[in-house]
Ligand binder design. Structure first.
Ligand code: UGA
Length: 439
């Protein structure tokens, strides 16, 4: 089988990365988006979001001549495999997943399909969506066109998107026929040649793998944060507890880091959408624990504010706070459901004078929350601060010298919301160091 030509619908985080990496791997790719500003930037070699390594890959892909960007979905028609990579955000005012963009993408694409082809969903969706889209695409495609639908969930992490796309842990192919499986294998040939394991399964299982994986990761984080709450009550140390658990291979240390908890555009909305979908299909009880996982996670933000307030004698009004971090995690400029900004906004609401610094997410934060105050560096926002609160674990915050910082602040108080600083080192430099769940 010859190398399939690819189209990628949606050039957000997932779609742009996928389109760029596939072109680098040697495929002809046309990437489509309804947003002309995004398309213009990408075509000019500019990645519209912060992702280490992706601008270099985009330059390579454009130089190869194999990657094209367009707003005209009709230009996707000659492709053999179409990847649907549009967003599936949380529905406003509900826990459900908003499928507007997925439905719109398939509805726009289907009438242009004029040859035998495969439409592959990559977006994170509630189980059952692929079956519905199969009917939709077959209904809207021109009579006589042989179109099949498959599901290929994406597991890339922000901050590691290029690596996760080029060297994934596994590929999951949800297919309804051998032909679809063969087409997907051809579309991922260079990755399969590396020995990447493939799970071939049905559509519903492929949809579920993604939400099950994100739910597991969220549960692991909330589990250790629940242990932190217990530690707080008895004066035990959750960091030592987590380190001890991590040494058991069966548990492992990844996603077992206690602190402010998870945020971003995926984990929080995916566990809510999964719980919601499970209730819809009559198995709500099976995943009702995800409601608790969410509740534990939300409590981290409130408890972090309480910790700061407690250090300042119970009242934050007029207190000068240096907030380090705005992004939902380091190496990202994404502020969707960012724990850091939630904490900063709550402290601001309680009357504190909060100044925020983040190495990559400042512009996004300013746009979303113009009422907050911002600074140009970690030391800048710490000037005359009564307390420094580390909210996102950027490497540059870890490297700050407590003695140098002491010369800038009004009081040596630091809250380590991510458990990344060396407590003994900071205490030895005369700082009052506090972290949730640490004695
Ligand atoms: C997550 C998954 O890890 C990806 O596999 C998945 O493809 C992606 O969602 C998605 O659905 O698109 P991402 O949202 O980029 O990726 O971020 P993670 O690295 O998973 O971190 C999520 C949050 O958990 C961050 O706020 C991070 O600070 C927090 N976290 C992570 C902890 O609080 N503790 C930990 O031990 C690990």
């Amino acid at each position: 089988m010859s190398a399939p030509r690819l189209s990628v619908i949606g050039t957000g985080y997932l779609g742009a990365t996928h389109a760029i990496c596939m072109a680098v791997l040697g495929y002809e790719v046309v990437a489509v988006d309804v947003d002309p500003a995004k398309i213009e930037k990408l075509a000019a070699g500019e990645v519209p979001f912060f992702e280490p390594g992706l601008p270099e890959q985009l330059a390579k892909a454009l130089e190869s001549g194999r990657l094209r960007f367009t707003t005209d979905i009709a230009e996707a028609a000659p492709a053999d495999v179409h990847f649907v990579c549009v967003g599936t955000p949380q529905m406003p005012g509900s826990d459900a997943c908003d499928l507007t963009y997925v439905d719109a993408a398939v509805t726009a694409l289907a009438p242009h399909l004029d040859r035998r082809c495969l439409v592959v969903g990559k977006s994170t969706v509630p189980v059952g969506t692929a079956a519905r889209l199969t009917a939709l695409v077959q209904d809207l495609a021109p009579a006589g066109t042989d179109v099949e639908l498959a599901w290929n969930p994406e597991f890339l992490r922000e901050g590691f998107a290029v690596n996760d796309t080029l060297y994934p842990d596994r590929l999951v192919f949800g297919v309804a026929s051998d032909w679809a499986d063969e087409r997907l294998r051809a579309a991922f040939a260079p990755i399969l040649e590396q020995g990447t394991p493939v799970v071939r399964t049905d559509l519903a299982t492929a949809e579920l793998v993604k939400v099950a994986a994100n739910s597991f990761l969220a549960t692991k984080i909330s589990y250790i944060n629940a242990m932190a709450e217990v530690c707080e009550a008895v004066g035990a140390d959750v960091k030592d507890l987590a380190d001890s658990l991590a040494l058991d291979d069966r548990i492992g240390g990844r996603f077992l880091k206690p602190g402010l908890g998870f945020g971003g555009g995926c984990l929080p909305k995916d566990i809510r959408a999964f719980a919601h979908r499970a209730e819809e299909i009559g198995v709500g009880q099976a995943v009702s624990f995800l409601r608790e996982v969410d509740a534990i996670n939300r409590r981290r933000r409130a408890r972090t504010v309480d910790l700061v307030r407690g250090m300042l004698g119970g009242d934050l009004s007029g207190v000068r706070v240096a907030a380090w971090g705005a992004a939902f995690k380091p190496n990202s400029d994404d502020i969707r459901d960012a724990p850091a900004l939630d904490v900063a906004r709550t402290m601001h609401g309680l009357g504190a004078h909060v100044r925020i610094y983040d190495p990559a997410a400042l512009e996004n934060a300013k746009r979303a929350f113009p009422e907050l105050r911002y600074g140009d560096s970690a030391l800048d926002v710490a000037r005359d601060a009564d307390v420094v609160v580390l909210l996102t674990e950027w490497a540059e915050f870890r490297e700050i010298d407590p003695d140098a910082l002491a010369g800038v602040v009004a009081h040596r108080r630091i809250v380590d919301g991510r458990h990344v600083l060396d407590a003994a080192h900071w205490r030895a430099a005369g700082w009052e160091y506090r972290a949730l769940g640490r004695s």
